[in-house]
Ligand binder design. Structure first.
Ligand SMILES: *Cc1c(COP(=O)(O)O)cnc(C)c1O
Length: 421
């Protein structure tokens, strides 16, 4: 098992950071400034990250951290991957933005790659997951109007899902805590329990345009759909003449061991959304769709100023080229199984503290019997970066280039934090 790791580049692992000179650590001053000027909409860990390489990041005080969160499932090839750095550097020195009033080569190449790999022959580019999902929702409504069934405008999604923070996508999101205070919410969304086909059947009606589903609910606690669920949804959508939309924002680009998570289920969606790992941290989202439904967003119906920008598309082209390699996808599967197995060993040692270890590929949740917020803080103090997926679940979404030693190190820190001497 060991020895096949796609190693993090070995050079320059310890960047030359000046040692803090004053007694006042530089992070402190930055954090004071942040509190004075940033909208206080995030619960941020009190560290200022200044540098990264592979699965390691460093803060402004020179402290090193093991990053097993990967920019929230985003830096799938690790921080500052040298091939991405080189490609992006070359692109910014050449041309970085032209708008979609013109063609650009990196965007066209990315569309060609993603459509070939997904079997969905049309690509639209935007800047984020929420925007990619917004495109799915707009697409579904237009398709139904074009088919002469304008009464079909509703999108059915799932309880505990997460689809983004715009008004439409936060309404699609099946968690009321994200919607509170933003009413009135846009019309046309309803939610069914995840994995419950009978409940879905009961909710699909003459107003339904589409079902939007995550193959693994990421933010909602790292819960994979039950085996056969996506296939059953595909059959139901075919039977009802509605669209199956798959939110691959977190699960796409190899995260679960296949390029796209829907490929585990042997189905073909009508359209999918991508973002997070697509640009390895540079902002880019995409909607990929079938030829038939893509016709419903003709010239002038949808767009984005920055979407598919040359720099982000260039980064994404490197991501696609490296991630599509069978060896890379095997690494994700094997390291995911390794992390799962080690996590379950930890659970066996700490049965009263750990409720469940679950997930797919390198998207793993460890559900505790307590709120995870203080645990995440203590892990960070011990040099490990993770975050929460739901109140009680720790999320591991490491880079695919992570090593087994790094996964062991992360679990050792977690065990120490969970069992203070
Ligand atoms: C993160 C996420 C989104 C939202 O993406 P943003 O880039 O934050 O807008 C949507 N869907 C899923 C499944 C996600 O994990």
């Amino acid at each position: 098992m060991r020895g096949t790791d796609l190693q993090t580049p070995k050079t320059d692992l310890t960047p030359a950071l000046p040692a803090p000179t004053s007694s006042q650590a530089p992070s402190g001053a930055w954090i004071d400034k942040a509190k004075a000027h940033l909208l206080q909409n995030y619960k941020q860990q009190p560290i200022v990250l200044v540098r990264g390489r592979g699965s390691r990041v460093w803060d402004a005080d020179g402290r090193q951290y093991l990053d097993l969160l990967g920019g929230i499932a985003t830096c799938a090839l690790g921080h500052c991957h040298p091939e991405i750095v080189a490609a992006v550097k070359a692109q910014v020195e050449t041309l970085w933005h032209v708008s979609n009033a013109f063609y650009s080569e990196p965007q066209i190449e990315l569309a060609a790659q993603l459509t070939a790999l997904s079997g969905l022959p049309r690509a639209f580019f935007c800047n984020s997951g929420a925007e990619a999902n917004e495109a799915l929702i707009k697409l579904a409504r237009r398709v139904m109007k074009d088919r002469g069934t304008p009464e079909r405008f509703e999108v059915l999604t799932f309880e505990n899902s997460f689809h983004g923070r715009t008004l439409a996508t936060v309404t699609a999101t099946g968690q009321s805590k994200y919607q509170k205070g933003f009413e009135p919410l846009p019309a046309g969304f309803l939610h069914a329990p995840y994995g419950d086909l009978e409940a879905v059947r009961q909710k699909v009606g003459p107003q339904t345009a589409a079902i939007l589903v995550e193959p693994v609910q990421g933010e909602g606690g790292v819960r994979a759909a039950p085996t056969g669920f996506l296939k059953a949804l595909r059959a139901l959508c075919d039977e009802q003449g509605i669209l199956l939309l798959v939110d691959e924002v977190q699960t796409g680009m190899g995260r679960t061991g296949k390029l796209f998570a829907f490929q585990h289920d042997g189905i073909q969606p009508d359209a999918i959304s991508l973002a997070k790992a697509l640009g390895n941290g540079l902002p880019i989202g995409a909607m990929l769709c079938s030829e038939a439904v893509g016709k419903s967003l003709p010239s002038g119906t949808h767009g984005s100023t920055f979407g598919g920008n040359l720099v982000s598309a260039t980064a994404a082209n490197v991501v696609v080229r490296l991630i599509r390699e069978p060896q890379m996808l095997r690494e994700v599967t094997e390291k995911g199984e390794y992390l799962m197995a080690r996590g379950r060993e930890l659970q066996a040692r700490l049965p009263t503290l750990i409720q469940e270890v679950r997930g797919r590929g390198l998207l793993i949740g460890i559900e505790l019997n307590q709120e995870v917020a203080p645990i995440i803080t203590r892990c960070r103090e011990q040099g490990l970066l993770l975050n929460a997926a739901g109140d009680k679940t720790l999320r591991f979404a490491p880079a695919f280039t992570v090593t087994r030693d790094e996964l062991d190190e992360g679990l050792r820190i977690l065990e120490r934090v969970l069992t203070p001497a």
